[in-house]
Design a protein around this ligand. Structure first.
Ligand SMILES: C[S@@+](CC[C@H](N)C(=O)[O-])C[C@H]1O[C@@H](n2cnc3c(N)ncnc32)[C@H](O)[C@@H]1O
Length: 230
């Protein structure tokens, strides 16, 4: 396992300004619904970035502990969550089967080996524990589709590339300019979902989300998974 590069170092200020307020009511109510009511137990926030989802986790009654590879992102996370630790998500400093809940948002396009991260999260979960993940939809956001004019056109055109897994050499097509700054690792839906199944996590729910200004196809996908009880 090679060293992971902290691609967001130097971009945290920009990320904070552009994304930290972006937690939609729909996302929040979906997450609240699947999180249920916590009893102040620890919840892992994997690749927490600036900690923008920490508020949702804490609001549901959990104690989020954020992990991220970027020290720059963690500067902001520490303002939102009680504990934020610099760590590679492929090697979390957490004991086996230590927690019953882990959450992750919008990072599968930032890691080359998402399956390794999901396996690591599964290792930290108790049998029956949950991993809730929300991120960009692999089928509808990526270098193979340009989505900046769909609100006017009410149409989208796709080009080749959906099946090409890897770092995109074009922008992600979503207008966030994130691909140009930190890179964008495209995965197919099959690769994305198989990461959970191969880690021994059972998918209990899947939800697709549209976002304002993008009426044609969904933008985000969430999966709720459980570690198979022994
Ligand atoms: C798009 S940001 C998402 C941050 C946050 N979860 C959110 O929804 O705002 C992706 C984050 O993944 C982090 N990241 C990328 N590779 C990582 C790794 N191997 N281990 C831990 N964090 C990683 C980046 O530093 C960045 O903060």
């Amino acid at each position: 396992m090679g060293p992971e590069i902290a691609r967001y170092d130097g971009h945290a200020e920009w990320y904070e300004e552009n994304f930290s307020a972006l937690v939609s009511e729909e996302q929040e109510s979906f997450l609240r619904g699947c999180l249920g009511a916590g009893r102040e137990e620890i919840c892992l926030d994997v690749a927490c970035g600036t900690g923008r989802y920490g508020r949702v986790l804490a609001g549901a009654g959990y104690r989020p502990v954020g992990f991220d590879i970027s020290a720059d992102q963690l500067r902001f996370a520490r303002r939102r969550v009680a504990a934020a630790v610099r760590a590679d998500a492929r090697r979390l400093p957490v004991r086996d089967a230590a927690v019953s809940l882990a959450a992750g948002t919008f990072f599968h396009t930032d890691v080359e080996d998402f399956a390794a991260v999901v396996r690591e999260v599964a290792r930290c979960l108790r049998p029956g524990g949950r991993f809730i993940y929300l991120g960009l939809h692999p089928c509808f956001v990526g270098p193979f589709v340009y989505r900046l004019t769909e609100h006017e056109d009410l149409a989208l055109s796709f080009v080749t590339g959906y099946g090409t897994v890897g770092w995109a050499n074009r922008a992600s097509g979503d207008g966030s300019r994130i691909g140009g700054r930190v890179g964008f690792h495209h995965k197919t839906l099959a690769g994305f979902l198989t990461a959970f199944a191969d880690a021994g996590l059972v998918i209990r729910a899947v939800q697709e989300f549209s976002v304002p200004g993008h009426p044609v196809l969904p933008w985000e996908i969430a999966v709720v998974t459980h570690k198979v009880p022994l």
